[in-house]
Design a protein around this ligand. Structure first.
Ligand code: PHE
Ligand code: CO
Length: 297
């Protein structure tokens, strides 16, 4: 038992040291004093204030208006099923619905967690959801993901069986990538799919990326602005492409359906990591010779 506790403390210290270094000495916003070995906490739903529930409702209503004709079908259908418009949801209730649909559960976390902890959760079909909600001044922009982004953006997609299987495989693949020095490449894949992915539908281009679905501005921008590139999804191309975290994306990658995402990421990535290691990554706004930017109708 002691060895485990010690290990965990060491890892935790490591984690906070890395965070401080990455963000100029800043610390994380959540309360990490009550985490278990997997960084899981109780949601403590009763502690949310009426003002926080009201803020959630405002965030929800703004996004709900933007969703029709822009989000992919599974997002719209699952959102209805989840019935979370009235206030910050109780994770346990939604988790039960989700488990029935695809065998995933939701776990509450204080905020960002170390990579390996996050991937272990995904690999075990558990999705970590941050418990805290942004302040009213942060209505449009937050630095760290909060409960609105994590829940509203990510949870509805997990009702799609193929996407759900894909995300579990991603978790397993990321644990493997850590040993192969491939994590930065796999992080780009996550960014351009799970967070900022677009998908074709018979009715036109739609959004499935959580970073877009929880954003007030990007959801319209990504579908109709002439500024960004929209390129057909290609695993290796995505893994070579740098991304911006503090502005709208300059490139979006478009999948035909979730089966494509699943199938294209199924092969062993070991040779890809080896190949890409010696290639310069591409800037976010690169259009290579021979590539076609998808035309908007
Ligand atoms: N196929 C990848 C590998 O072998 C794992 C993976 C699956 C990564 C799904 C991302 C998504 O490394
Ligand atoms: Co996210």
């Amino acid at each position: 038992m002691n060895a485990n506790v010690l290990d965990m403390n060491l890892n935790t210290d490591d984690f906070f040291a890395t965070v401080a270094e990455k963000s100029d000495g800043a610390s994380l916003r959540g309360d990490y004093s009550k985490i278990d070995a997997r960084y899981v906490v109780k949601q403590d739903w009763d502690a949310y204030t009426p003002e926080q529930h009201a803020l959630w409702r405002r965030l929800y209503q703004r996004q709900a208006k933007l969703i029709p004709g822009r989000a992919c079908d599974v997002f719209i259908e699952s959102l209805e099923l989840l019935n979370i418009g009235d206030g910050i949801p109780r994770f346990e209730e939604s988790s039960a619905l989700l488990f029935k649909a695809t065998g995933w559960t939701l776990v509450a976390v204080p905020g960002l967690v170390p990579d390996h902890v996050f991937f272990e959760h995904l690999a075990s079909r558990r999705f970590p959801v941050t418990v805290w909600l942004r302040d009213p001044e942060e209505f449009d922009y937050i630095v760290e993901p909060d409960v609105f982004h994590d829940f509203f953006g990510h949870v509805p997609l997990l009702f799609n069986p193929i996407f759900a299987d894909h995300l579990q495989d991603y978790g397993k693949g990321a644990l493997k990538a850590m040993k192969l020095d491939g994590l930065s490449m796999l992080a780009r894949l996550y960014w351009y799919t799970v967070e900022f992915g677009l998908i074709q539908s018979p009715e036109g281009l739609r959004v499935y990326g959580a970073g877009i679905l929880s954003s007030g501005g990007e959801i319209e921008h990504c579908l109709s602005s002439k500024a960004p590139l929209r390129l057909p999804f290609d695993v290796e191309r995505v893994m070579r492409t740098l991304y911006k975290i503090d502005s709208y994306q300059e490139t979006y990658f478009v999948i035909n359906d979730f089966k494509q995402l699943f199938d294209d990421t199924a092969p062993d990535f070991t040779p890809i990591y080896a190949r890409l290691k010696d290639l310069q990554p591409l800037a976010a706004n690169t259009l290579l010779d021979g590539e076609t930017n998808l035309q908007l109708k």
